[in-house]
Design a protein around this ligand. Sequence first.
Ligand SMILES: Nc1nc2c(ncn2[C@@H]2O[C@H](COP(=O)(O)OP(=O)(O)OP(=O)(O)O)[C@@H](O)[C@H]2O)c(=O)[nH]1
Ligand SMILES: [Mg+2]
Length: 542
Amino acid sequence: MIHGNISGLKAGQIQALERIQRRRIPVDQVISVELARYLTERAFDLRRQVGVIIDRQGEIQHVIVGDDREIVIPDLSGYGLGRGGLRGLRCIHTHLKGEPLSQDDLTDLALLRLDLMVALAVGQDGLPGRVDYAHLLPPVTGGETVEVESVPSIHDLDLDFAAFTRALEGELERKVDDTIDLSDGRERAILISVSLAPRQETEDSLDELAELARTADVVVLDRVVQRPRQLNPKYLMGEGKVKEVIIRALQQRATVLIFDQDLSPVQVRSISAITEIKVIDRSQLILDIFARRAHTLDGKVQVELAQLKYIMPRLIGRGTAMSRLMGGIGGRGPGETKLEIDRRRIRERIARLEKQLANLARGRLQRRQRRIRAEVPIISIVGYTNAGKSTLLNALTQSKVFTEDLLFATLDTSTRRLRFPMEREVIITDTVGFIRKLPKSLLGAFKATLEELEDADLLLHVVDLSNPRFEDHIQAVERILGELELDRIPRLLVFNKTDQVPPEEVAPLCRRFDAVPVSALDRRTFDGLLAELQRRFWPDDD
Ligand SMILES: Nc1nc2c(ncn2[C@@H]2O[C@H](COP(=O)(O)OP(=O)(O)OP(=O)(O)O)[C@@H](O)[C@H]2O)c(=O)[nH]1
Ligand SMILES: [Mg+2]
């Protein structure tokens, strides 16, 4: 097939182009003198650039016709990248005015990870003139990423191509092996923040994104912070910058770009059109973590619903772009379910899940009514993710709720009884962790689970006091409670992980915030908390 601009060409001219596809280049040559000459003659005849994409076996994979200034290379993502991160394809094209390799040529070389980018100057007579060529270099910090060379004529191009690609590939692979382990099956990410917010805020948010990535079992290779004067509706950052970031990501052999800002469906699609590296945003990462951690049927249904609703508008159509959005991280369904990838099927699945969710909600309602009828006070533990909510619930009730030093260990509320002296008891429930920018779509999906909070007589707001950003966390939780209209319920602030805080700082902080200190790891620290609960619920008991 011939790609590009063939409008206005005569049948004979098209046939002449089609004949290019039957040519074959010896594996040790960049291009044969005959083919070079054939290409420049065609370009001279058409007054348009003509190009070919050749594989390592010397077969012509694509013939491309451009205008007098450029050709547009077709999608090559189907070819995949070899061990050294090269595509195994080279691009050879004509430059009508003998101009040197353009910036776009060099960007294409790096973005597409070609073996070589070659420009053949078209002489006055249509014969090939000077040859400019460029190849990638192993990444060095701050250095050039491509090397450009030039020979006066095609006859001077005595590069042993097979040996050249072997050497280059070996060098690229060695360079990467020093720093990352390619046999490690985990995803490798570049974290990207494009923000107009103050620097510290951006950095904090990126720290949290890195933490989320770790929780999702992703290796973070690098971070990129962009502070543009204005946000680009198509790429979030500028087009040149996004290409630069992708080129660097390719060099570092990243498999996923994770944006700290939520990307619009348009942005996901435009960036995905430049590279086959997967593009996801913070919400998708959180959804991914939720998907791995949902344990109950209720939780699984809600997460899958939220994922499908999030991904649906970002789907491009059938084919590669879709599998790029759906594969691996960001496209992991809860439990064993692989997310379905057909729009119509997604819609059907959403309808089915919503129905299922409604049924589950009825069961939940009955449980709640039974609990309320029992007239036992209900305490709900809320707090930022990783604050130690589940650990505290376990320690208070000596039960075993899944805890882990990862974000979002708990996705489902779990309920336990806590006995006090004098035959008193309360029901105490654990909830999903809150987070600063909890995606809107998720808040909705999790409302059902958080509905139980409405029945609580007291919210235990657990805070990780050892986290330097604990005040932000308190605020974030308060804000979400406000959004859920739960701020009318009495609250008790519990400062946890006090074992990690200098002892002399704990008491002043507790006074300032009117909080009770605990270390969920140490039951001996619970006296103050238990006394406060007793005082609130049964002030008349001794
Ligand atoms: N040093 C210390 N670590 C604690 C304390 N309480 C909890 N942790 C640790 O903090 C981590 C998170 O605890 P979890 O109980 O899973 O936190 P969570 O708030 O339930 O987290 P999510 O359910 O993910 O929102 C675990 O590694 C706990 O062992 C504490 O008092 N001191
Ligand atoms: Mg938990």
